[in-house]
Design a protein around this ligand. Structure first.
Ligand SMILES: [Zn+2]
Length: 265
């Protein structure tokens, strides 16, 4: 089955993962900027990371015939020091012209602090200034509902076009809020924490197949770079039609991502 992996942290993965992803039918992969498993000690560390995301990682993916796209930001986990975060953000405009950059992300909240929210709002302004789509990380566990509500309020105040925003890591208690407000919703499939394939399909069956995507978010922790295609196989076992499966794993991500002029897959 052909599919798009819309959220994967490949800087933490091996070439064997790239081979497996391509063999499974992946036709394009998107890598949002995020925490890399450690806090970077300097602004220069982010400059190197943005080069990795816009130069080295797309070249590595190209060796496997896989188009690699990226989203740029400073993630909320490293944005608590607002002064530091602003210095990092000042680097972003020079990278926005790189051919694989889709937009601003994954911004959002981690612990729902005032500083995180301020930096989130400044990223939203940056996206609006450059007319770019936005990919949003919502906090995990007990912080998710409150964080999602804070994010939705902030986006409404900023008058952002909901068509150009995807709110990721939704779960049973946040999917309805996100879709009802007109945004796109992403589900992250994790073997241990977050959403399992069975839960994700339950959510699809509850809220429908419009404006949703699934991703593996495969990163430095225990995660599965083939989670999307495994979920698609599970959808088939649960008697969903191939048309519905293709919509969720291929057509929906393509429709959202194509709002970025650089997305050509
Ligand atoms: Zn992520």
């Amino acid at each position: 089955m052909n599919y798009i992996e819309p959220h994967a942290h490949m800087v933490s993965r091996t070439t064997a993962d790239y081979q497996a992803i391509v063999q499974a039918g992946c036709v394009a992969l998107c890598e949002p900027a995020f925490w890399a498993g450690f806090d970077r000690a300097s602004v220069a560390g982010f400059h190197d990371y943005y080069r990795q995301l816009t130069e080295y990682e797309p070249a590595r993916a190209a060796k496997f015939g896989l188009p690699h796209y990226t989203w740029l930001c400073i993630n909320p986990k490293e944005a608590e020091d607002a002064g530091f975060a602003r210095e990092v953000m000042a680097l972003i405009p020079e990278f926005l012209d790189k051919p694989n950059v889709l937009g601003i992300g994954e911004i959002g909240l981690n612990k729902n602090t005032r500083n995180e929210l301020a930096i989130f709002e400044e990223h939203v302004d940056l996206a609006k200034t450059h007319d770019l789509p936005i990919l949003i990380h919502t906090p995990h566990l007990e912080d998710k509902l409150k964080g999602t509500k804070l994010i939705l309020d902030s986006l409404k105040n900023a008058q952002v076009d909901p068509d150009k925003v995807i709110i990721d890591h939704v779960e049973e208690h946040t999917t309805g809020l996100v879709l009802d407000a007109g945004y796109w919703a992403g589900m992250t499939l994790y073997p241990e924490s977050k959403c399992t394939a069975a839960r994700a399909i339950d959510i699809l069956e509850t809220f429908g197949m419009e404006r949703v995507w699934m991703n593996s978010a495969c990163d430095w922790g225990i995660s599965d770079p083939l989670a999307v295609i495994k979920c698609a196989v599970e959808m088939r076992r649960r008697k969903h039609t191939q048309e519905m499966i293709d919509r969720v794993i291929l057509e929906n991500p393509r429709a959202f991502l194509s709002q970025s002029p650089n997305f050509k897959s």
